[in-house]
Ligand binder design. Structure first.
Ligand code: ADP
Ligand code: MG
Length: 652
């Protein structure tokens, strides 16, 4: 008959290798067979290697040498998950220090192995309650370990050991921390379990306790020195529980993704609540990061939209020809009407409009106003994308006839007529009366911020001859060009420059491109947005790194809990997922609060009149970034936790 457990030449060494500590051998070649249903005591002095042996038996640790066959199967060949399966389905651990999870209730502690085994919630709750009832703790199931006495805690840990069946109970000094009364109760329980067919390995330094077992093995300095029944060939009881089917381990994953996630969320939420201050600080980093990403993007988009709006209003196809002194020296150039005629012939140019512009005194009745008077052509509304609101614009014919007509801006209309009818009235500009034929629509603030509606426009020739006293030259002060479309702005500019260079023979002019200037402004605002967003993203990153730091601390702090979970059968992935869930939950809560804060700040800015555009996509982006940050920065600490050796974690 295959023994349940068979050890051959098991050695365990600590230190040596890369640890930098001298190598010590603690177990020196242990041979041991245990059959299903046996009640074995391993007795020895403190430091003789009992716990080391038990950790090996329970697959919490691996031997340095020798072989371990469980039910005929070589344990050395099993991977971490298969070992977790063995711990979960075959073994039940009872420790001297109970090793209960302090933040969970008695019932939750008992249920834990069943969670990792994937049993459904009602089934495992019922079983945990039944077990606790059997151990006399029915009324204590909602209490936490620190609300229970030592004996009660040990009974909870026995219930936990039995949760998944506990075919083999490994008890390391289970009575070591108990008073004699509680100790006796625990021993009675072990006897009961032995009678029910559980194999029991009881580890103790107390010979009297050991004597209660059916077989006593004595260990001294890492060697077995006596065995009351060295080769148990006959199974002690007929009722012995059969070992679990190892092949099952490879098939059954033992996990139910949804239920597992709920468990992970529940315990993540609990650990967040327990470490409130720490969680709040981590959250703060994420909240600030997310909120600043949202606000920065909103401000950036607002600025951008403002520029785009202004570009539309100004017309993205408008250029100006100005006169200047050539860089090589010489007098200021003169761009003549003949030049303009040639410019207008260029295929890329739609309109070329001469403009003379000077301050002049405008009077109506007894109101006088010293303001900009512009002399231009009938192309004005088309070039500036600026329709007439009342009346009409003057015509080419009126320009040719030197007709004394004027079109006024909205502000001027308000100033002189205060909303009354202006059409047909006469304005005195300089010394000449001009008849109002039209009122421009409202244009609003210009590129420099000043209102563009405070002007009067008169026909070019009338203006030159009747208003501006500059020697009656018909040369324009500057010229406004409209390109055919936004694609031809730059070709038009190049063509004009070529043409005028040929005609003037010098660079005594320059072409200013309003569209290009606005585009540059838009680009500057874009790069500002990018920079602000980068700063915001960095703050999110810093928040994430802070979160990682906190997580790493949490892993350190909760090493023992991780060990307990592993001893009760948690796989590496279970541990990894638990910590990842915590990280993601923190960042999701932080992200949500951050989105609200960002929207709030944005709303306040809008209320204060800022150009801010809040967008759902920015919120999703910031929230998504936060969650990704949580995943990325949670991964490392979670992996560190999952990679812990169970025995190391338990000892920590
Ligand atoms: P027992 O449980 O019988 O009191 P242990 O198995 O805990 O004894 O320890 C046996 C010996 O192994 C002791 O001398 C102890 O110092 C040593 N030992 C146990 N664990 C480690 C370890 N992780 N590193 C180094 N030495 C260890
Ligand atoms: Mg010990």
């Amino acid at each position: 008959m295959t023994p349940l457990i068979e050890l051959r030449g098991i050695r365990k060494r600590y230190g040596g290798g890369s640890t930098g500590r001298p190598e010590v051998e603690v177990l020196h070649g242990i041979d041991l067979s245990i059959q299903a249903g046996e009640f074995v005591a391993i007795v020895g002095q403190s430091g003789s290697g009992k716990s080391t042996l038990m950790n090996l038996l329970g697959c919490l640790d691996r031997a340095s040498d020798g072989s371990y066959h469980f039910n005929g199967r070589d344990v050395a060949a099993l991977d971490a998950d298969a070992l977790a399966w063995l711990r979960r389905e075959a073994f039940g651990f009872v420790f001297q220090g109970y090793h209960l999870i302090a933040t969970d209730s008695a019932q939750e502690n008992v249920e834990m192995p069943a969670i990792y085994a994937g049993s459904a919630r009602p089934a495992r709750a019922a079983r945990a309650q039944a077990l606790l009832g059997r151990l006399g703790l029915a009324d204590k199931r909602h209490l936490r370990p620190n609300q229970l006495s030592g004996g009660q805690q040990q009974r909870v840990s026995i219930a936990r050991a039995l949760m998944n069946g506990g075919r083999i109970i490994l008890a390391d000094e289970p009575t070591g921390a108990l008073d004699s009364q509680s100790g006796a109760e625990v021993m009675a329980l072990l006897h009961e379990l032995a009678d029910a067919g559980h194999a029991i390995v009881l580890i103790t330094h107390d010979r009297k306790i050991a004597a209660q077992a059916r077989r006593v093995i004595e260990i001294r300095d890492g060697c077995i020195v006596s065995d009351s029944e060295p080769s148990p060939c006959t199974a002690p009881t007929q009722a012995a529980l059969p070992p679990p089917d190892m092949d099952e381990a490879m098939q059954k994953s033992g996990s139910q993704p949804l239920a597992d996630l709920r468990e992970a969320l529940r315990s993540a939420w609990r650990s967040m609540r327990i470490h409130r201050a720490r969680t709040a600080l981590t959250l703060l980093g994420i909240v600030i990061g997310v909120a600043s990403v949202i606000v920065m993007l909103a401000v950036g988009m607002g600025a951008r939209q403002e520029v785009v709006a202004r570009m539309g209003a100004m017309g993205a196809t408008v250029m100006y020809i100005n006169n200047r002194k050539p860089p090589q020296g010489g007098p200021t150039g003169v761009t003549t009407l003949a030049d303009l005629e040639a410019v207008e012939q260029l295929p890329e140019v739609a309109h070329a409009m001469p403009v003379a512009r000077d301050p002049a005194t405008v009077r109506y009745g007894n109101v006088a106003w010293q303001g900009d008077t512009i002399a231009a052509t009938s192309a004005w509304p088309a070039i500036h994308n600026w329709p007439v609101a009342q009346g009409r614009f003057f015509t080419d014919a009126e320009d040719a006839e030197l007709a004394p007509v004027v079109v006024i801006g909205k502000k001027v209309h308000e100033r002189f007529f205060e909303g009354r009818k202006a059409l047909g009235e006469l304005l005195l500009i300089g010394t000449t009366p001009f008849q109002v034929v039209g009122v421009m629509s409202e244009k609003g603030a210009g590129d420099g911020g000043q209102s563009q509606d405070d002007l009067v426009v008169v026909p070019y020739r009338s203006g030159i001859l009747r208003i501006f006293p500059n020697g009656k030259s018909f040369d324009p002060h500057y010229t406004v060009i409209r390109a055919r479309d936004s694609q031809s702005v730059l070709p038009a500019q190049a063509a004009i420059e070529n043409l005028l260079r040929l005609r003037h023979g010098r660079e005594d002019f320059y072409v200013a491109n309003a569209a290009a200037r606005l585009q540059a402004a838009a680009q500057a605002k874009d790069s500002m947005t990018t920079m602000l967003s980068l700063i915001a993203a960095v703050s999110l990153l810093v928040g994430g790194i802070g979160g990682m730091n906190v997580m790493l601390m949490a892993v350190k702090e909760r090493t023992r809990e991780i060990g307990i979970r592993m001893a009760t059968g948690a796989r590496q992935w279970d541990i990894q997922r638990q910590f990842m869930t915590e990280a993601v939950l923190v960042t999701m809560v932080g992200g949500t609060v951050g989105v609200f804060l960002g929207v709030l700040i944005g709303a306040v800015l809008v209320f204060l009149g800022g150009a801010v555009v809040l967008s759902v996509s920015a919120m999703l982006l910031a929230f998504g970034c936060a969650v990704v940050t949580g995943l990325v920065f949670g991964w490392m600490p979670a992996r560190q936790a999952a990679r812990l050796e169970p025995v190391v974690a338990l000892g920590g």
